[in-house]
Design a protein around this ligand. Structure first.
Ligand code: URP
Ligand code: ZN
Ligand code: ZN
Ligand code: ZN
Length: 494
């Protein structure tokens, strides 16, 4: 009945520095970080020669999502089990109820689905899939008593989830009032609806049509529009799944102007390119269908990785939302019906290590920042997670930076029958994963317990957390000019 775990002999890597230290965990919490810890009654994890990092935080998943006529196959059990095998110890999933369902009701459903299945800790964002007074009221309950501090608004999926500009403004205003972070799916849904109809009329019904009817300016336009709208009401903004140079550029230039806006590239966009939509094998091509699409331009992944490395983009998720062949086949004759979504929750840490650190673009500290720490800070649960420090949750990955593995659907833990990273050789391999002080994955052996993960509630932000916003509030204060009233002639209306 050991409640003590000692990780011995590794190099601790946090977002700000790395150093040699042992890490002692007691009852799920880190209680000591220093060299030469003695704990005779503790279970020992030997980390000699390896890195000891805060467990990955995947900011963007859709486990068992009911979507486009089917349900994503990686549920909260298979999804989180795969996550820990890949060194991720927390996911933030999206509550995404159908248009018309009150968000509080959707949230309750998600909690029930997740609580009985999760193998690691999790938190939730809430999707605002329609707009009404009921939604605005539920947002207050969710922020005040359900631990929600982020809401995702959709600018695409016309007729299903899409909000128009007026509704977006209302939603951003509401987020600002409540101290919540507004998130956007930034794509112009009207253009997509129009162009995809045209594509079908031209007889292009395959997955390449999915990409061609939503070129990157469709994402760039919406990203810029979301930034402008949010900025008008001084609302901080978080752009999910940044897939293109145009969208990234919009975020970077807004940050230069002083806007509080964050950008989240995902593993798919950092590790793959969209030429796969032209693959001769339909199932292969359909496997990459997601919104926004992965860009066919082969230089986009590096571009996004460079922005992560320099701090212009901040977090990484996966948008993990997986469908097997027979589900993707719902769109066999019409790309508009292919369920949108790709894998990533298991492979994100390896893909970013390979393309980010092994390639020389970022150092291990920056890697920890973009895979873990920044997410904990931006979504307001730092330092509970995202750092190896006394008092933090013992969510830890022991990482071998030199070992190699080849990604394949034949060996992955995910329930889905396809892997967009198939054949990719990655340096950086999970050796041991620890979730709240317990070993859940050990040298290829799965030790998870279904339902053992906990919900992590998050508090809203005090305005003080956003100093630039406060300054903007002052700048934008309407100024009335005192002047003598006009006394000259006025034209008379006949
Ligand atoms: O294709 C995607 N991204 N599927 C999941 C839903 C979403 O928009 O994130
Ligand atoms: Zn989305
Ligand atoms: Zn998503
Ligand atoms: Zn390599």
């Amino acid at each position: 009945n050991k409640t003590k775990l000692l990780i011995r002999g590794g190099t601790v890597v946090n977002h700000d520095r790395s150093f040699e230290a042992d890490v002692l965990c007691e009852n799920g919490i880190i209680t000591e970080v220093r060299e030469g810890i003695e704990a005779p009654d503790a279970e020992i994890v030997d980390a000699t020669g390896n890195l000891v990092m805060p467990g990955g935080i995947d900011t963007h998943t859709h486990m068992q999502l009911p979507f486009m006529g089917t349900v994503a196959v990686d549920d909260f059990y298979y999804g989180t089990r795969a996550a820990v095998a890949g060194g991720t110890t927390m996911i933030i999933d999206f509550v995404l109820g159908p248009n018309g369902e009150p968000p509080l009701q959707s949230y309750t459903k998600w909690r029930q689905w997740a609580d009985e299945k999760v193998c690691c800790d999790y938190s939730l964002h809430v999707g605002i899939t329609w707009w009404s007074d009921i939604v605005a009221e539920d947002m207050e309950i969710l922020t005040k008593s359900k631990g929600i501090n982020s809401f995702k608004m959709f600018m695409a999926y016309k007729g299903v989830y899409q909000l128009d500009d007026h509704e977006l403004l209302q939603a951003f205003k509401r987020c600002k009032e409540l101290g919540a972070l507004a998130q956007v799916h930034a794509e112009n849904g009207d253009i997509i609806a129009e162009q995809s109809k045209k594509m079908i009329e031209l007889g292009i019904t395959g997955p390449e049509g999915h990409e061609m009817c939503r070129p990157e300016e469709v994402e760039g336009e919406a990203t810029n529009r979301a930034i402008v709208l949010a900025n008008q009401v001084n609302c901080p903004l978080y752009v999910v799944h940044v897939m293109s140079k145009s969208a990234a550029d919009a975020i970077v230039s807004a940050r230069r102007r002083g806007c509080v806006v964050f950008g989240e590239p995902i593993a798919a966009g950092l590790g793959c390119d969209g030429t796969n939509y032209w693959n001769k094998d339909w199932r292969h091509a359909a496997g990459f269908v997601m919104g926004p699409p992965i860009r066919p331009d082969s230089s986009t992944p590096d571009y996004l990785m460079n922005l992560l490395a320099c701090g212009d983009l901040q977090t990484t998720g996966t948008d993990n939302c997986t469908f097997c062949a027979e589900q993707k086949a719902l769109g066999a004759n019409d790309f508009r019906k292919i369920p949108n979504g790709v894998n990533g929750v298991e492979d994100r840490m390896s893909v970013i290590w390979e393309k980010g650190v092994h390639s020389g673009k970022m150092d291990p500290c920056r890697y920890v920042a973009v895979t873990s720490t920044n997410a904990a800070k931006i979504f307001n649960f730092y330092p509970r997670k995202g750092i190896i420090a006394v008092g933090s949750d013992a969510d830890i990955v022991v990482w071998d930076p030199n070992a190699k593995r080849t990604i394949s659907s034949k060996t992955h833990y995910q329930a889905v029958d396809f892997n967009i990273f198939e054949g990719m050789e990655c340096h950086g391999v999970t050796v041991v994963t620890i979730s709240r002080g317990k070993v859940v994955y050990d040298h290829g052996q799965m030790k998870v317990v279904k339902g053992s993960g906990r919900y992590i509630p998050r508090q809203c932000f005090a305005d003080a957390a956003y100093m630039p916003i406060l300054q903007r509030d002052k700048v934008c204060q309407p100024q009335k000019v005192e002047r003598e009233p006009y006394t000259g002639p006025v034209v008379s209306i006949p």
